[in-house]
Design a protein around this ligand. Structure first.
Ligand code: ZN
Length: 285
């Protein structure tokens, strides 16, 4: 089953939800970056949160980036998603050697920034400190403090014996301003020991899990959209990054007389620039 996101409303429109299965998305990230289990877990959670928050964007061209800068051995990670289910990301340290569940130890204290590029001159940036470094609670805290929206966020990655992804997924459930106490109390109780990923593992679909969460209430699924790990880099885009290094830097590379290799942070694709190509970059500007 391929990955997908489900969007909708529940309980008489008092609640909106975004939920996804991100197993293949996270597995692609793991293979691309060759991450150790705890890093796979951490990046997988952030990718899942990112793809869900991307799906919350209103316009087709909107993009959303979540950056974590931290004191733990993982150092930092970054995830970028669009509104169409595409997500990509990278970590600073790919081989942190801790048990897979020790995400909070790998991250430790730090800051989370949510950057929304919605076509304005300046992107919107919301910044919060990490409260648990488990990612889901940190995003919950972000929604409450930066966007003033009471939310429940669950993000999970389960690994198999070979450290590959067994299942990954999660949800963001948000209360609308007019939500009544009854549904608030119901959800608090309901989500206390709720494990989205163990339900995915048991073979339930994302839709079924959402219906299970809201048992006894109406659920209206607005739409579903496929999601995947996708990088949109190209030699032209990488050229821009090379140009931004500045004339002196490029001139130095040309002087060395050897081709220069540039690797995309997100998908590890290698782009090679010969001295002639570098010279062209200098002279066509
Ligand atoms: Zn790329």
């Amino acid at each position: 089953m391929s990955d997908y996101i489900v969007r909708g409303m529940a309980a008489d429109n008092q609640v909106r939800f975004f939920a996804c299965c991100s197993t293949e998305t996270v597995e692609k990230a793991r293979i691309t970056h060759n991450t150790s289990p705890v890093v796979t877990n951490a990046l997988g959670r952030l990718l899942t949160g990112g793809v869900l928050m991307g799906a919350m964007c209103k316009n087709d061209s909107d993009t959303l980036t979540i950056r974590v800068e931290c004191q733990g051995p993982l150092h930092g990670m970054l995830v970028t998603a669009d509104s169409k289910g595409n997500v990509k990301g990278y970590v600073s340290e790919t081989d942190v050697m801790l048990p897979a569940k020790d995400v909070a130890k790998a991250i430790d204290l730090g800051v989370m920034s949510v950057i929304k590029d919605i076509g304005m001159k300046e992107p919107y940036v919301g910044q919060t400190h990490l409260v648990s470094s488990e990612i889901a609670e940190d995003l919950t805290y972000y929604f409450v403090t930066s966007e003033q929206i009471p939310s429940s966020v669950a993000l999970g990655v389960l690994l198999d014996d070979n450290a590959a992804i067994r299942v990954a997924g999660g949800f963001i459930i948000q209360l609308m301003p007019f939500a009544k106490d009854e549904i608030i109390t119901f959800l608090e109780e309901r989500l206390k020991d709720f494990s989205f990923t163990s339900m995915l593992e048991s073979g339930m679909s994302v839709e079924n899990i959402i219906e299970t969460i809201f048992e006894g209430y109406d659920v209206a699924i607005t739409d579903t959209l496929p999601c995947s790990y996708m990088c949109d880099c190209s030699k032209e885009r990488v050229e821009k990054a090379v140009i931004s290094l500045g004339r002196k830097e490029i001139a130095d590379m040309i002087d060395e007389g050897k081709p220069v290799e540039v690797v995309c942070d997100f998908c590890r694709t290698k782009y090679t620039f010969s001295p002639d190509e570098l010279l062209k970059l200098l002279t066509t500007r």
